[in-house]
Design a protein around this ligand. Structure first.
Ligand SMILES: Cc1cc2nc3c(=O)[nH]c(=O)nc-3n(C[C@H](O)[C@H](O)[C@H](O)COP(=O)(O)OP(=O)(O)OC[C@H]3O[C@@H](n4cnc5c(N)ncnc54)[C@H](O)[C@@H]3O)c2cc1C
Length: 492
């Protein structure tokens, strides 16, 4: 089933408990902190099924039409179709929504290719997982995930700490009809707009954290679930003109507290296995599908970054300066190179689960690492091009209310090829992407959404063909020897 935007909005008016500081938000679709981003999510739901997108972004399975991100790809073309679906969603949101509805859906679809992993944990859990993937697909569910314990309660070895493990979300009771979980998880991006959260562990747990090793799915409005949102940048936006990105694309991030939340058995997928609770993502295509979507999204954001850099250089009349062209060229090359990293993931696709194709994991992890380590540097390059431009425009658009100030603004700020208002509009947009609080959150997001850098780096370490690299050097060194005249002669 494909839901409309209106049906999606209706589904999140469900009595959920979202806290913004001390305020309990009754309806996120109408509240000034969240309503525009809610509309952005609704727009995605609507556009997928429009005539120009339907053939790519939806597919038929089990007698109904679904979003393509639920498709389990058997050919390179099907993989390509998934990618194009991600790309279109990211292009509508300029790569600014990390948890658009295709992200967690891709994770769960990847997991659904290895039900045996879950079945091996407990009989029936494999079927639970398959049924959950169908539930998400058939009901067009928008999900977030909370797959990290809060800071300070993780596997001690990873943080070079003594073996003191602070309890985090864990199973506190097992009953005939399900389990009861209690504790806190981080950091549910878009949780305030999601129908459900996937609860799991994407960072390693300590072997002693057995009761924390639970993987399950929970509706955001389930009794006992409390969503604590960070500050809303949407509410802090002065106006759409002044903060065009914060205004529409603040997907939000939240801590989720689970207070004795009942989870029925059919939504439980893993219990009591600290290693498996993390490994399922790597042993199935889940981590690949989810992070492939992330790289495609990042690629669309890079385009916006380069586009703003070019436009700023142009209106400032510096695009012809060789050094500036050098900066622009490096930015454009980075964007093109990144697109190639995405294309390569498909062209050199691999088989992780027999009968299904997966993106090339090495390329995917290198794109992930590249994005996490280069984003802030690229932003810095564009900020350098902007100079003091963002601070040379008036504080906000209210300047137009006063006819005298408006006339002064028009006459002093206009350039031969650019009206004052257009200049202000461009610099406000640029600052919202690169300098505002919304922008700061994005810099942090790109660095951390897939884990801290020492973890993201380890993915490349784990997938690189070190033996082949070593063999290459050995072979090369074996092809020559110490020149005969320097060889030590055997004792005569
Ligand atoms: C904006 C944003 C959105 C997010 N969205 C989600 C989401 O939707 N769902 C979700 O589950 N999670 C989400 N996360 C969480 C994200 O996965 C974590 O931020 C990430 O795993 C890092 O964990 P941490 O923030 O607790 O930092 P920490 O793990 O505490 O790390 C802090 C710093 O210490 C360094 N460090 C710590 N130990 C070592 C060591 N042994 N060696 C070297 N360096 C070390 C790290 O590299 C890092 O620089 C989000 C995070 C952000 C910032």
């Amino acid at each position: 089933m494909l839901r409309t935007g209106k049906e999606f909005l209706e589904s999140i008016r469900d009595g959920r408990k979202v806290y913004l500081g001390g305020e309990l938000v009754r309806d996120v679709t109408t509240h000034p902190a969240f309503r525009n981003a809610a509309q952005t999510f609704a727009m995605i739901f609507d556009r997928r099924a429009s005539p120009e997108n339907r053939d790519v972004m939806t597919y038929e399975e089990d007698g109904a039409r679904h979003a393509t991100y639920y498709m389990r790809p058997k050919t390179r073309d099907e993989l390509r179709r998934r990618t194009e679906t991600h790309r279109r969603i990211a292009s509508w949101t300029y790569g600014l929504l990390g948890r658009s509805p295709d992200h967690v859906a891709s994770y769960v679809t990847g997991l659904s290719l290895r039900p045996d992993l879950f079945e091996g944990n407990r009989k029936g859990f494999g079927d639970n997982l398959l049924a959950y993937q169908r539930h998400m697909r058939d009901n067009d569910i928008c999900a977030t995930y909370t797959v990290l314990p809060p800071q300070g309660s993780r596997k001690p070895e990873y943080y070079n700490r003594p073996d003191v493990v602070v309890p985090t979300l864990r199973v506190v009771a097992e009953k005939d009809d399900g389990i009861v979980i209690s504790g806190m998880k981080m950091l549910g991006t878009s949780a305030v707009f999601a129908n459900e959260t996937w609860v799991g562990n994407v960072l390693p747990l300590s072997p002693s954290q057995v009761k924390e090793a639970v993987t399950c799915a929970v509706p955001i409005n389930a009794p006992g679930v409390n969503v604590w949102s960070r500050k809303s940048f949407e509410r802090a936006a002065v106006s759409e003109f002044d903060n065009p990105l914060s205004y529409r694309f603040d997907e939000t991030d939240s801590m989720i507290i689970f207070k004795n939340v009942k989870v029925p058995w059919e939504r439980v997928f893993i219990m009591d296995d600290a290693e498996l609770s993390r490994e399922v993502y790597m042993r199935s295509p889940a981590h690949s599908f989810g992070n492939h979507q992330s790289t495609v999204r990042f690629g669309e954001k890079l385009k916006l970054l380069v586009a703003i850099a070019y436009k700023v250089a142009k209106v400032n009349g510096i695009a012809h300066v060789p050094q500036v062209q050098g900066t622009l060229s490096r930015l454009a090359a980075a964007e093109a190179g990144f697109r190639a990293m995405i294309a390569g993931q498909i062209e050199d696709c691999e088989e992780l689960v027999p009968g299904y194709v997966n993106v090339n994991r090495r390329y995917m992890y290198s794109a992930l690492l590249w994005g996490a380590t280069h984003y802030y540097q690229l932003c810095d390059d564009v900020r350098e091009l902007m100079g003091g431009g963002p601070f040379q425009v008036p504080a906000d658009i209210s300047v137009l209310k006063d006819p005298e100030l408006a006339a002064d603004f028009e006459s002093y700020w206009s350039l031969p090829e650019q009206k004052a208002l257009d200049r202000m509009k461009l610099f406000k947009l640029g600052w919202d992407l690169l300098g505002s609080e919304f922008a700061g959150r994005h810099t942090q997001y790109e660095r951390f959404y897939s884990g801290p850098s020492f973890i993201v780096t380890s993915y490349s370490w784990n997938t690189a063909p070190w033996a082949q690299f070593e063999e290459m050097v050995d072979k090369l060194m074996a092809s020559y020897d110490v020149p005969a005249e320097y060889r030590i002669k055997a004792a005569e």
